[in-house]
Design a protein around this ligand. Structure first.
Ligand code: ADP
Ligand code: MG
Length: 443
């Protein structure tokens, strides 16, 4: 039995021992032997037909115990000794290892579709994964990688792909994936229990630290200091650090400047909304991998109509597959009906001033109330003016209509719009910011 599988099995045995009578446990369970697992199933060997029948009675119990320890759904398959199944040892090991370091084994470079929107991000991540065993000074790769972009565009997928690649190809390196939310929660517990050494031991003792959604440490000062020291220690030790975020380092408004500087030491790379070709390629690849035969014209229809992000693309695809599985004659027309609700509200939402306010306020990390207020500080006035400018330019509202939304007169709105227009030409940072906001609105 593979070592990792054995470890889980021992835990399962402990659980079952508590649940069953000593006699049943010793007679029927103790002698079972898990021999292998793949993505979906765990294979357990039984001695003969009689043991198989008895084992089947306990199947759900065993399955539940496994799933609790592995935090995923597996099917238990019993095999009578001698009737072997192909054992994919390496796969087994990697899947289990992924779980131990928090990685999602389903996110790999192999199943990530590359297009112009994400090729830089993909190349940077793959390069770092390939050279993860080299000292920082000696290789051409850049460390840290700061990967940013809107929601649902593949950041979590890529950062997991780095981890999964490394545990397969550089098995002696220690990888740790953590969402910033969990990092923050663990830190809060650490403060509560006054037990810093465990926390530091865990995070400062790795070769590769993958930190997802760093925007969660905005406005958490103490956390930022702790993260700064973690970063320094890891960097000095040649460890690699990969960070994802929903905005660029410069736009992390309440972040300590020394952290922003550190993040910018390496490679900052963004990931944008996929173009039509990439969207279609993603859908086709999912269809192929799932061995489902959704007609290509349906995939084309989805790719045409959903441009926001890949998560939404997947959502539409899942809806279609659910309907298709219930209806033998499922075709493009049925797909249109099934997706009716998914497409239209989205489009309405995209075109509204409310949506622009939402995007701009989240981009600048201020509240919608701040945007709607009369506060004159540039921190609030600029985003407000940008909203007005975009309402005018991108959704063709009149100055009067915009004025009504903000309770301002027509000339104030006009002044704001022309101010932004002029400033965009002179200030390249602002220009870039507006480009990025537009991408989020239209994607
Ligand atoms: P983010 O972390 O940026 O919000 P995720 O990485 O969670 O986004 O991606 C959302 C979903 O879309 C995931 O299921 C992911 O596998 C899928 N996805 C995103 N980009 C791609 C891609 N280029 N190829 C294949 N699947 C992708
Ligand atoms: Mg994510």
């Amino acid at each position: 039995m593979n070592g990792d599988l054995k470890e889980v099995w021992n835990k399962v045995l402990e659980d079952l021992q508590n649940e069953l009578s000593k006699l049943s446990f010793e007679t029927w369970i103790r002698r079972l032997e898990p021999i292998s697992m793949d993505d979906d199933s765990i294979y357990i060997e039984v001695k003969d037909n009689m043991h198989l029948n008895k084992a089947l009675e306990y199947k759900m119990l065993i399955q539940t115990a496994f799933n609790i320890h592995l935090k995923r759904e597996y099917e238990i398959e019993f095999i009578i000794k001698g009737n072997s199944i192909p054992i994919k040892e390496k796969e087994v090991k990697d899947t289990l290892k992924s779980k131990q370091v928090n990685l999602n084994p389903n996110y790999t470079f192999d199943n990530f579709i590359v297009g112009s929107s994400n090729e830089m991000a993909y190349a940077a991540c793959l390069n770092l994964a390939q050279h993860a065993n080299m000292p920082n000074s000696e290789n051409i790769l850049t460390n840290p990688i700061f990967l940013y972009g809107g929601s649902g565009l593949g950041k979590t997928h890529l950062i997991n792909a780095i981890g999964n690649y490394i545990i397969q190809n550089h098995p002696n390196l220690k990888v740790l994936y953590i969402s910033t939310e969990d990092f923050v929660n663990e830190f809060i517990n650490t403060i509560r229990n006054n037990d810093y050494s465990n926390f530091r031991q865990k995070f400062r003792n790795v070769d590769i630290l993958l930190v997802d959604d760093i925007q969660f440490i905005e406005s958490k000062e103490q956390m930022q200091i702790e993260f700064f020291h973690t970063f320094e220690t890891l960097y000095t030790n040649n460890s690699k650090i990969i960070i994802t975020c929903d905005k660029s380092p410069q736009n992390l408004k309440t972040l300590e400047s020394r952290l922003i500087t550190r993040f910018s030491w390496g490679l900052t790379v963004d990931i944008q909304s996929p173009d039509y070709e990439t969207r279609l390629a993603i859908l086709r690849s999912k269809n192929y991998l799932n061995k489902l035969n959704i007609d290509d014209d349906i995939l084309v229809y989805i790719a045409h109509n959903i441009s926001n992000n890949v998560r939404e693309l997947e959502g539409a695809y899942k809806t279609v597959t659910a309907y298709a599985s219930m209806n033998k004659n499922f075709n493009l027309e049925s797909a249109k009906k099934a997706l009716k609700d998914k497409f239209s509200p989205n489009n309405i939402r995209k075109l509204s001033p409310e949506f622009i306010i939402e995007i701009v306020s989240s981009y600048y990390s201020i509240t919608k109330e701040d945007i709607m207020s009369n506060k004159r500080k540039r921190q609030f006035a600029l985003p407000r003016q940008i909203v007005m400018f975009l309402c005018r330019q991108d959704i063709n509202l009149t100055y009067q209509e915009i004025g009504k939304i903000f309770d301002k007169d027509h000339s104030t709105v006009m002044h704001s719009c022309s101010k932004i227009e002029t400033e965009m030409n002179e200030n390249s940072k602002l220009n870039l910011e507006i480009q990025e906001i537009r991408k989020r609105i239209s994607s």
